[in-house]
Design a protein around this ligand. Structure first.
Ligand SMILES: Nc1ncnc2c1ncn2[C@@H]1O[C@H](COP(=O)(O)OP(=O)(O)OP(=O)(O)O)[C@@H](O)[C@H]1O
Ligand SMILES: [Mg+2]
Length: 311
């Protein structure tokens, strides 16, 4: 995997009344070219700080960070990367197209057709003449994405791209990000919107209090789903005969419910139900959700810390 971002033992320290705090605490991270990478963590975990270090906006106090093969802070990178900040700030009196013209001028781009194309791409073709003060939150987010695409970047940093948007706007932004992957771009997304992350990201890292608590391919991290089998007309005695490992058997409203790991085939249980003249009503595969993984990981790290003290 060719790396777009390589971070080794990165540290950022802020002074506080109670002493120095490592808000980024020796993190290691690698993002491959062409990946959509999700950077998750509770409020104040250090996500925006890490992104700002990668962009060269603030400096690290230790460790190494490379972006597209160059040291952070190397201005040559800026031609190839883009950033959509957590709270983009645009002049309210400027129109959408004026904003794009302004950012285009920073890259010495004078191609009006390109800017119109970007407005179209983010579904603002008919709203380019409106001022930012007339834009809804979703429209502001979309003009932000259009702005971040002006220099045709290889790597995009999106800090909370779908925060506070309605479900339709979520889908629109999600689709725009998925298109970026098709174009071979690398996208580094910090987000609290775990269902969006689950749909679009290839790999994720969870950061907690400045440390990486978990990192890997979503597919691997979300292993451990379950099947829920519901059946009716089954004698209660059958429950005792179901002895698969890690399986919960219960009766509710006269229905048998079997909750079992998806690593075991449900066939034996289904055959048992049929042999007892019962009817299988449903077999529902329940995937582990990113939300479960997130909550489990953060809770576990906080408990470990409480038990052992922070090292
Ligand atoms: N300039 C600063 N001076 C002192 N502390 C700071 C500064 N900037 C950030 N911090 C602290 O660093 C920690 C990490 O902040 P950061 O903004 O990176 O969090 P985050 O993960 O992006 O959170 P959120 O999900 O709320 O956006 C927080 O405790 C924050 O208070
Ligand atoms: Mg943040």
């Amino acid at each position: 995997m060719e790396a777009a971002i390589e971070i080794k033992q990165l540290v950022k320290t802020y002074k506080s009344k109670i002493g120095d705090i490592n808000v980024v605490d020796h993190i290691d991270l690698e993002v491959g070219k062409g990946e959509i990478f999700g950077f998750l963590g509770p409020n104040g975990a250090g996500k925006t700080t890490t992104i700002k270090i990668l962009l060269g906006i603030i400096y690290a106090d230790g460790g190494d960070a490379r972006v597209l093969g160059r040291e952070v802070g190397d201005m040559a990178i800026h031609k190839k990367i883009a950033y959509l900040p957590e709270k983009p700030y645009y002049y309210e009196h400027m129109t959408g197209i004026e904003i794009l013209r302004f950012y285009a001028s920073l890259f010495k781009i004078k191609d009006e057709a390109k800017l119109k194309g970007l407005l179209e791409r983010v579904n603002l073709a008919n709203d380019g003449h409106k001022t930012i003060s007339q834009y809804s939150k979703g429209m502001q987010q979309r003009i932000g994405l259009a702005q971040s695409l002006i220099n045709d970047p290889e790597l995009l940093f999106l800090d909370e791209p779908t925060g506070g948007l309605d479900p339709i706007a979520h889908i629109e932004i999600r689709d725009l990000i998925l298109n970026m992957r098709e174009e071979g771009k690398t996208v580094f997304i910090s987000s609290h919107e775990l269902s969006d992350v689950e749909r679009i990201c290839d790999r994720v890292a969870i950061i907690n209090k400045g440390r990486i608590a978990s990192q890997g391919r979503l597919e691997d991290l979300l292993k451990g789903g379950r099947y829920e089998i519901t059946a009716s007309g089954v004698p209660e005695g059958l429950a005792k005969s179901i002895q698969e490992p890690d399986t919960l058997v219960s009766f509710k409203d006269g229905r048998l419910i079997v909750d079992m790991p998806d690593t075991t085939s449900p066939n034996a249980v289904i055959e048992g139900i049929l042999a007892a003249k019962g009817s299988v009503i449903s077999v529902i595969p329940r995937r582990k959700r990113l939300e479960d993984l997130f909550v489990e990981t953060v809770r576990q790290k906080n408990e470990e810390e409480k038990a052992g003290g922070r090292k």
